[in-house]
Write a protein that binds this ligand. Structure first.
Ligand SMILES: Nc1ncnc2c1ncn2[C@@H]1O[C@H](COP(=O)(O)OP(=O)(O)O)[C@@H](O)[C@H]1O
Ligand SMILES: Cc1ncc(COP(=O)(O)O)c(N)n1
Ligand SMILES: [Mg+2]
Length: 537
């Protein structure tokens, strides 16, 4: 890419002034309603009035190369279904080689209402102070602070003069601060950060400066085959481990991650879920862009809008996947429900009443139309009880009913293709019998694996039995949480949980619940057996 120079007027420093309000008009005034509602389809007109759109305001620098900064923020927010407005704090001239020039703009007079605000490059202590004044005057719903200091190309974007203002004024207001390892080190007086344990200590020290959460990002961690970030909420450290994509196109990963967090928060996600979706989004975008050639420099931009190639995709589920949801996993079977004269919907209702923590509709013999109708009814029941609903194999049905996710087997669509179709927010489970399959499921972006048959079963034909030893091997090798499946019932479920296997979060059952007269009673007794077993092991 040729070197791009920024217009010199834009590089001249400005003092904050009231006229900035004109430069950055408040984007929150009511949209004009079409004077002729009959001219547009009724459903669209109703939606436009009823839905407050998720909104991110980015306060960051412009990157003329458009891979990072404001440009990344707008693309990332749009990709995740949020509207993004912007306050430009600096103009930079950058390309795939590095930063050629930079200069500050102003942030004065901007009213951001109650948006989720994401901050990026804040080039001077003066601008950080103006920002903090505004934040105190106009409280926001959430504040995501990406303390941009040095670009990945090694160029300084915000000098040491801003450090104290970051630490003392901005961080205490933040809901999350997302430094990379180099920034975390600078913020803590150039401490050396070489290991995950160093990242944990850094997260804890930065947390003490006042933000509600800290994410220390490990994209630039040397010698790591995985991309590991450390999340800290003041109580618990969570290691977020993703696949490290081999690509030169990593310019703008940090800006993108922070904007995605803000976009997910705007959509109503909790902080940890927002961070998890954001990380998956960056991983998917890098994967899709790994061979992209833009410019000749060592660090290229990536394609934020890769998902446009997958028009089927929905906006993602707000149901954050919690591995503990695998505890009592109810899997339906159309034959069994027919035999006992109940509908899929009534079977699911009863399982939830009895304490099922996740439900999968596995309807191998149900006609598509009937399956979809039942799935839509089950989505409603599950949503109102806070229980995630997954669909076995049928990605089309999962998309049509907006289920929380899908469970696939080794002969179904590969999990990475499912992820392409469903997007980063949905839950994906994969059946795995071997450590190699478990490793592949993780690489493909799955959230959990189901492993079995632990015992002989009649529910699934030609299904070799793994036994406890096979289950142990898969659990020990898995980087994902595991649910055991296959021939599990009230008589043997306790012995499975008492194994105390690493990553084993629960048991999945079919006939033990649904090939019985009273689903709710069976579910209740299985639940108490599992709870007792867990308290013993
Ligand atoms: N090659 C990669 N493959 C997968 N994820 C990556 C890669 N590089 C960075 N990430 C992820 O991108 C996000 C931004 O991290 P990082 O690149 O460290 O931030 P920054 O851009 O601020 O230096 C993190 O979630 C990190 O794990
Ligand atoms: C205007 C601006 N803001 C932020 C970054 C950080 O980018 P990177 O993700 O490459 O560290 C950048 N290079 N330019
Ligand atoms: Mg980076």
């Amino acid at each position: 890419m040729a070197s791009v120079s920024a217009p010199s007027a834009a590089l001249a420093p400005h003092r904050p002034s009231a006229s900035a309000a004109l430069l950055f008009p408040c984007p929150y005034s009511s949209p004009r309603v079409s004077p002729s509602p009959t001219a547009q389809p009724r459903r669209l007109a109703v939606a436009a009035r009823a839905m407050p759109w998720p909104h991110v305001l980015t306060v960051a620098g412009s990157d003329s190369g458009a891979g990072a900064g404001i440009q990344a923020d707008i693309k990332a927010s749009a990709a995740l279904g949020a509207y993004c407005s912007s306050v430009i704090t600096a103009v930079t001239a950058q390309n795939t080689v590095g930063v050629q020039a930079r200069g500050p703009c102003c942030t004065g007079g901007v009213r951001w209402g109650a948006a989720q605000v994401k901050t990026g490059m804040l080039p001077s202590a003066g601008i950080v102070k103006v920002l903090c004044e505004n934040l105190r005057k106009f409280p926001v719903k959430a504040l995501v602070v990406d303390p941009v200091m040095v670009s990945t190309s090694g160029d300084t974007l915000s000098g040491p003069s801003t450090l104290a203002t970051f630490r003392e004024e901005l961080f205490p207001m933040a809901d999350i601060v997302t430094p990379n390892v180099k920034e975390a080190s600078k913020l803590l007086g150039d401490v050396s950060l070489q290991t995950i344990s160093d990242m944990r200590s850094a997260a804890e020290s930065i947390y003490k400066l006042g933000p509600k959460h800290v994410l220390v990002k490990g994209g630039d961690m040397p010698d790591s085959t995985d991309a590991i970030d450390v999340f800290f909420d003041g109580n618990e450290f969570i290691e977020l481990r993703g696949l490290r994509i081999k690509t030169r196109n990593t310019h703008g990963t940090g800006c993108t991650l922070a904007s995605c967090i803000a976009a997910e928060l705007a959509k109503g996600a909790t902080m940890l879920h927002a961070v998890e979706v954001a990380k998956k989004f960056v991983e998917s975008a890098l994967y899709h862009s790994k061979d992209l050639v833009i410019g000749n420099g060592p660090q290229g931009p990536f394609d934020h809008l890769f998902s446009l190639k997958s028009p089927l995709r929905k906006m993602g589920s707000l149901h954050k996947f919690n591995p503990d949801d695998l505890f009592l996993y109810a899997v339906t079977d159309s034959g069994m429900n027919k035999k006992w004269g109940r509908s899929i919907k009534d079977a699911v209702k009863a399982a939830i009443e009895g304490g099922a923590t996740i439900v999968q509709l596995r309807e191998k013999d149900t006609e598509t139309r009937e399956f979809l109708e039942a799935a839509k009814a089950c989505v409603e029941i599950c949503r109102s009880s806070g229980v995630p609903l997954l669909i076995n194999d049928r990605i089309d049905v999962a998309l049509a009913c907006n289920a929380d996710g899908v469970h696939v087997g080794q002969s179904d669509m590969p999990a990475w293709e499912v992820r392409e179709l469903l997007g980063p927010g949905k839950i994906i489970g994969v059946s795995c019998k071997t450590p190699a399959q478990a490793e592949q499921a993780w690489k493909d972006g799955a959230d959990y694996i189901g492993s079995g048959g632990v015992f002989p079963t009649t529910t699934k034909a030609n299904n070799p039995t793994l036994g406890f030893e096979g289950l142990r091997a898969v659990c020990s090798a898995s980087k994902l949480p595991v649910v055991a499946i296959g021939g599990i019932n009230t008589g043997n479920a306790g012995s499975v949980m008492e194994l105390g296997l690493p990553n084993l979060k629960g048991v999945a059952v079919v006939s033990a619940l649904f090939d019985r007269e009273c689903v709710a009673t069976e579910t209740r007794s299985l639940r108490s057996i599992l709870m007792n077993a867990c308290s013993r092991s």
